[in-house]
Design a protein around this ligand. Structure first.
Ligand code: ATP
Length: 438
């Protein structure tokens, strides 16, 4: 476990040092449960969301996209059950009044250890609602209370009719969305794993209300999502499915499975596949009074579709992809990130920063390549330090312009994963990289 704790410490330090993730509002002492993504982190996070969107919206004919508002009519949160039941069980330590989630037994046990020799007693568990409240309106005292969305699902279901009426989609079809969610988590922690502001990427896939169809699509989406993480280079042995027990499943859920990651502090959920039946549409139909049924073109029968949801955290995906890619080999630290995810696909260096002819040549290559993808420029320090810096942000290829370049128009390309170098003609560099970063 010590090694593993050590690993998390190294990851947190690397994230700060190399501009992946900073504590939120750090210069004011921070704000618990919030994180800011820096120059490298914001690129990598965008890459994860873009690849997800490309795979699910751009490359498929049966899923369309949506970008719904964060703030919604509060009735939507009553309909979805969040006002009543979006709760965690909260207990308070009677010695120091610190609060914890009653269902997180390890956290409770490790807190009790901090009161060594004392008998720790706890308050009875109380339901604590995680929805974050906000106040909207311009007249003080007459503002209406609203909620920042606790999950992004609701904005999709309330637009089900709009999407049906404005596009050519037919059951089975899905709606994809990526966006921020907010939860007043009792104990945010484990770096970005449990935050109070985070991002989700979700699909709601609507199907005929039929047991066999439900089973088929549920299995389909489980496999589809697992394959996606594997295609990003994550190690199979660190991923697994975990079916929800009957007592942890929402009462309306017909089936639920998490994809878990073997995190340094144990197996943890990083996305879920949920068979939600017709719960959401039925409730929104009831609370809004709008008809949300679809008509079967063969039988003319009207029905409320069932929904198979895939719900992934962007931040948890980011964190676990980063942890999974971390390597220490032969005194060198590097991130073995898929080129699709790496913040920069290549870096360009002039061998020496005080030789104008090298700089001019390198600058030309850099300006040319950055039209196609993100490229880093570095002319500080010596070449070894530049390689180390690029290794730590996972840049797959480093291109160096040296004195031979001036004679033969070729450059050195160094591969991040094996540190091997080859010579490539300048006019072949673009093609060489494009073939490898696709
Ligand atoms: P947990 O049991 O860890 O609280 P959950 O089961 O409540 O998570 P869901 O409501 O199913 O999570 O949310 C779907 C996904 O959103 C999760 O798999 C996770 O990736 C992400 N997520 C949920 N809560 C948080 C959070 N507080 N911080 C970061 N990501 C989160």
């Amino acid at each position: 476990m010590d090694n593993q704790n050590n690993l998390m410490e190294k990851i947190v330090a690397l994230c700060k040092r190399r501009g992946f993730i900073f504590p939120g509002s750090e210069i004011y002492g921070g704000l618990a449960g919030t994180w800011d993504y820096g120059p490298a982190g914001s690129l990598m996070k965008k890459n994860i969301k873009d690849i997800w969107w490309k795979e699910l919206v751009q490359l498929r004919d049966d899923i369309v996209g949506l970008d719904a508002a964060v703030m919604m009519n509060p009735r939507a949160w009553e309909a979805s059950g969040h006002v009543e039941a979006f709760t965690d069980p909260l207990v308070e330590c009677k010695i120091c009044h610190q609060r914890f989630r009653a269902d997180k037994l390890e956290e409770i046990a490790s807190h009790e250890e901090t009161h060594k020799g004392q008998k720790v007693t706890w308050t009875e568990p109380q339901k604590f609602n995680l929805l974050v409240k906000a106040y909207l309106g311009i007249i003080e005292g007459k503002q209406s209370e609203i909620f920042l969305r606790g999950e992004i699902t609701n904005g999709v279901h309330v637009n089900f009719r709009n999407v049906l009426d404005s596009t050519r989609v037919k059951i089975p079809f899905g709606i994809a969305q990526v966006g921020k969610a907010f939860r007043n988590e009792i104990t945010p922690g484990n770096f970005t794993f449990r935050s109070r502001e985070f991002e989700q990427m979700e699909t709601q896939f609507y199907i005929k209300p039929d047991g066999k169809e439900g089973e088929k699509w549920f299995e389909y989406w489980k496999k589809n999502r697992m394959d996606w993480y594997l295609s990003l280079g994550m190690r199979q042995e660190n991923l697994r499915f975990r079916d929800h027990e009957d007592n942890e499943r929402a009462h309306y859920a017909l089936a639920a499975t998490d994809i878990e990651y073997n995190a340094p502090w144990g197996w943890q959920e990083f996305m879920g596949v949920h068979h939600r039946g017709d719960w959401d549409l039925k409730r929104h139909q009831e609370f809004s009074g709008q008809n949300l049924t679809v008509k079967d073109l063969e039988t003319n029968e009207e029905y409320l579709p069932w929904d198979i949801e895939t719900s992934a955290g962007v931040d948890r995906s980011f964190l676990f992809i980063l942890v999974d890619s971390y390597r220490e080999e032969e005194g060198r630290v590097y991130l073995k990130l898929s080129p699709k995810i790496a913040p920069y696909k290549a870096a360009v260096f002039p061998l020496l920063a005080n030789k104008p002819e090298l700089i001019e040549k390198a600058r030309g290559i850099y300006e040319d390549l950055k039209k196609d993808f993100m490229v880093a420029w570095d002319d500080r320090g010596n070449i070894g330090k530049r390689y180390a810096a690029q290794d730590e942000i996972g840049t797959p290829y480093c291109i160096t312009v040296d004195f031979d370049t001036l004679k033969d128009d070729s450059v050195t390309i160094r591969d991040r994963d094996n540190a091997k170098q080859i010579r490539v003609k300048i006019d072949e560099v673009r093609g060489y990289l494009l073939d490898r970063i696709k």
